[in-house]
Design a protein around this ligand. Structure first.
Ligand SMILES: NC(=O)C1=CN([C@@H]2O[C@H](COP(=O)(O)OP(=O)(O)OC[C@H]3O[C@@H](n4cnc5c(N)ncnc54)[C@H](O)[C@@H]3O)[C@@H](O)[C@H]2O)[C@@H](O)CC1
Ligand SMILES: Nc1ncnc2c1ncn2[C@@H]1O[C@H](COP(=O)(O)OP(=O)(O)O)[C@@H](O)[C@H]1O
Ligand SMILES: [K+]
Length: 503
C-alpha cells in the first residue's frame, strides 16, 4: 500500500480525473460509500459536519446515504469562506432539495450545534481533509473544539480535521477521532507518533482509483502489507539441500550478554537457514558452545575463515562496544572485501552499530551488501541527530542515511522503517508487547537468515520485520508481553501460515 502526502493525493486525484477521465462525482460517491461501510448502522442519529471543500462534499454525500436509509440526520455546514467546489455544491443542493435538515454554523446556531452533538450517536467530521496545510481559521478551530468536547463517537472523513496530512502536526486544533476512514493511500502524517492518538482506528479504503494511477504520482513510500510479505516468503524446493538455504555466521555475545548471541543464532535457525555458525568473544566462547544444538561454532581466532565461508554475517548483538569489537568488525570487513561481492551481506546490529559512532564513512565504499538495524538510540549515535528529531522524521532520517552510506537501514520501533535510500517501507506489525531485551537480536537473526535464503537485502528486511511483528501480534493476542524465545519458537509455524494465507 502506498503512503501519500498532500501533494501526492492531489496529483493522484488530478491524473484520475483529468488524464484517465474518472468522473470526480464518482470518486466522491465512492468515498462517501466507503465511510458508510464503516459506520455502525444500528445507530439511529447522525450529525454530519461539513466544510466547503471536497471533504465537505464527501460529508454531504454521506448524509444523503444516511437519509436514504431512514436514519435521523442533521447536517451542520460552514457557510462562510470560499465558494463550494463543483461536486460539493452538487451534493449540497441535492440535500437541500431533499429537505434534509441543514443548519449553517454561526455563533447563533452554536447552541443547537452543541445540543445535536451531545445527542448524536455518531458525529461525522467532514470539515477539512487533505486540502489544507496551514493554520485553521478561528471559527473552524471553535467548531472542532465543540465536536471534541461534546461528541460520543467521531468518524473523521479522510483526515481528522485540523491534522496536516503531510506531517501529522496540528494546525491549531484537531479532531480527536474514534475512527478515520482515509482514501486510497495511507497518509504520511498518520505515521507521526504524536498524531496517532488523534486518529482512532485507521481504515484505508479504495475509492476506485486504480493502482497504476497511484503509481504515476508515487514517491517511493509504502506500507508493507500482508500480500507483499506473503509473496516474499521463500519457497523451499523439493530437492533442496542445506547448502541451498544459506550459511549464516553470527558474531555475537560477550560477558553478561550471552543471551543475545543465543537468541540471534536460534532465530536464524528457526527462520530456515541451512547452516548457522556462532562466533563469540573469547571469554564466553566455551560456555556458549555448550548451549548450542543445531548451530556450529568457530573460535574468534578463526573469524576470517568463518567469514569467508558465510553468505551472510550478522555482527553485533551483545558483542560489547569497545575496541575488541571494532577490531573484529575490521577483520570481518577485510575478509568480506577479499571474498565478497554483491552475493554477500553484512548485517550490523547493536554493538556492531555502536562501534561505528563517528566512523560511518567506513560503510560507503564496501563491495558487499550492508544492512543496519538500529533502534532510535543507535540511530542517534550513528547520524548525530537527537532521538527527538529522529522520531519526528523517521522516514526521512532513515532514507537519507541509507542513501548517503549506500546501505539498507531498518530503523526499529513502532512502525519500523526499512529503506535502501530510494524506496522506504513502513512496517505495520508489532506492538509494545514486544518492547523487551532480546527482541532486536531475534530480528537480526531473522533478517540475516532470509538474506541467506536468497532474498535481496531490502526484501529480507521487509519480510523479516513484518514476520517478527506478525508473530508478536499473534502472541500478544493472548499474552500481556511476548518474549524473544517465544517469537523464535513460533517462526516456522507462522512462516507456513503466512505462506499459505489467502489474504
Ligand atoms: N481523489 C481524491 O483525492 C478525492 C478526494 N476527496 C476528498 O477531498 C478532500 C480534499 O478536498 P479539497 O482539496 O477540496 O480540500 P479540503 O476539503 O480538505 O479543504 C479545502 C477547504 O478548506 C477550507 N479552508 C482552506 N484553508 C482554510 C483555513 N486556513 N482555515 C479554515 N478553512 C480553510 C476552504 O473552505 C477550502 O475549500 C479529501 O480530503 C477527500 O476527503 C473525495 O471527494 C474523493 C476524491
Ligand atoms: N512499540 C513497539 N511497536 C512495534 N515494535 C516494537 C515496539 N517496541 C519494540 N518493538 C520491536 O522490538 C524490537 C526491539 O529491538 P531492540 O530495541 O533492538 O531490542 P534489543 O536490543 O533488546 O534486542 C524491534 O524490532 C522493535 O521494532
Ligand atoms: K475530515
Amino acid at each position: 500500500m502506498r503512503i501519500a502526502g498532500v501533494e501526492m493525493m492531489r496529483e493522484i486525484d488530478r491524473i484520475a480525473v483529468e488524464e484517465i477521465g474518472i468522473p470526480a462525482p464518482v470518486l466522491m460517491e465512492n468515498a462517501a460509500l466507503a465511510c458508510i461501510r464503516n459506520l455502525d448502522l444500528t445507530k439511529g442519529y447522525f450529525v454530519v459536519v461539513c466544510g466547503r471543500g471536497n471533504n465537505g462534499g464527501d460529508g454531504f454525500a454521506i448524509a444523503r446515504h444516511l437519509y436514504c436509509m431512514d436514519k435521523e440526520v442533521d447536517v451542520f455546514y460552514i457557510s462562510e469562506g470560499s465558494d463550494y467546489k463543483t461536486e460539493t455544491r452538487t451534493n449540497f443542493r441535492i440535500l437541500k432539495r431533499l429537505g434534509v435538515p441543514m443548519i449553517p454554523l454561526s455563533s447563533e446556531t452554536m447552541w443547537s450545534f452543541r445540543e445535536a452533538l451531545k445527542d448524536a450517536d455518531v458525529v461525522i467530521d467532514s470539515l477539512v481533509g487533505t486540502g489544507v496545510a496551514k493554520p485553521l481559521r478561528d471559527f473552524l478551530r471553535q467548531v472542532i473544539q465543540e465536536i471534541n468536547i461534546n461528541s460520543k463517537y467521531v468518524l473523521s472523513v479522510d483526515v481528522p480535521s485540523g491534522m496536516n496530512a503531510d506531517n501529522g502536526e496540528t494546525m491549531g486544533q484537531v479532531i480527536d477521532a474514534d475512527m478515520t476512514v482515509t482514501f486510497q493511500c495511507m497518509k504520511r502524517g498518520f505515521l507521526n507518533y504524536d498524531a496517532m492518538s488523534k486518529l482512532g482506528r485507521v481504515i484505508v479504503e479504495n475509492i476506485g482509483i486504480p493502482g497504476p494511477v497511484e503509481a504515476k504520482a508515487e514517491k517511493g513510500e509504502f506500507l508493507t502489507d500482508h500480500a507483499l510479505a506473503r509473496s516474499l516468503v521463500p519457497l523451499r524446493d523439493k530437492t533442496g539441500f542445506k547448502s541451498n538455504y544459506g550459511k549464516v555466521l553470527v558474531v555475537a555475545g560477550s560477558s553478561g550478554f550471552t543471551g543475545a548471541a543465543l537468541i540471534c543464532t536460534e532465530a536464524a535457525i528457526s527462520t530456515g537457514s541451512g547452516l548457522v555458525t556462532l562466533c563469540s568473544r573469547e571469554e564466553v566462547f566455551q560456555s556458549l558452545v555448550l548451549r548450542l544444538k543445531e548451530a556450529m561454532s568457530i573460535h574468534p581466532d578463526d573469524l576470517e575463515d568463518g567469514t569467508g565461508r558465510a553468505d551472510v554475517v550478522v555482527f553485533g548483538p551483545g558483542l560489547g562496544a569497545g575496541d575488541v569489537t571494532f577490531d573484529m568488525l575490521l577483520r570481518v570487513i577485510k575478509s568480506m572485501q577479499e571474498n565478497g561481492g554483491r552475493s554477500k551481506t553484512l548485517l550490523l546490529d547493536a554493538d556492531g552499530l555502536n562501534v561505528l559512532k563517528d566512523r560511518t564513512e567506513i560503510l560507503t565504499h564496501l563491495d558487499f551488501n550492508v544492512i543496519l538495524t538500529p533502534h532510535v538510540g543507535e540511530m542517534s549515535r550513528l547520524c548525530g541527530l537527537s532521538s527527538e528529531v529522529i522520531q519526528k522524521n523517521r522516514i526521512d532520517t532513515a532514507r537519507s542515511f541509507a542513501q548517503e552510506h549506500k546501505c539498507i537501514v531498518v530503523l526499529k520501533g513502532y512502525n519500523t522503517v526499512i529503506t535502501d535510500g530510494k524506496t522506504a517501507y513502513v512496517n505495520p506489525t508489532g506492538s509494545s508487547a514486544m518492547a523487551q531485551g532480546g527482541m532486536g537480536d531475534a530480528l537480526a537473526g531473522i533478517i540475516g537468515s532470509l538474506c541467506g535464503q536468497g532474498l535481496e537485502p531490502l526484501e529480507a528486511a521487509i519480510l523479516g520485520t513484518y514476520l517478527h511483528g506478525y508473530i508478536g501480534d499473534e502472541l500478544a493476542g493472548e499474552n500481556y508481553i511476548v518474549k524473544a524465545s517465544e517469537i523464535i519458537e513460533a517462526i516456522p509455524g507462522c512462516m507456513k501460515r503466512l505462506q499459505d494465507s489467502k489474504r
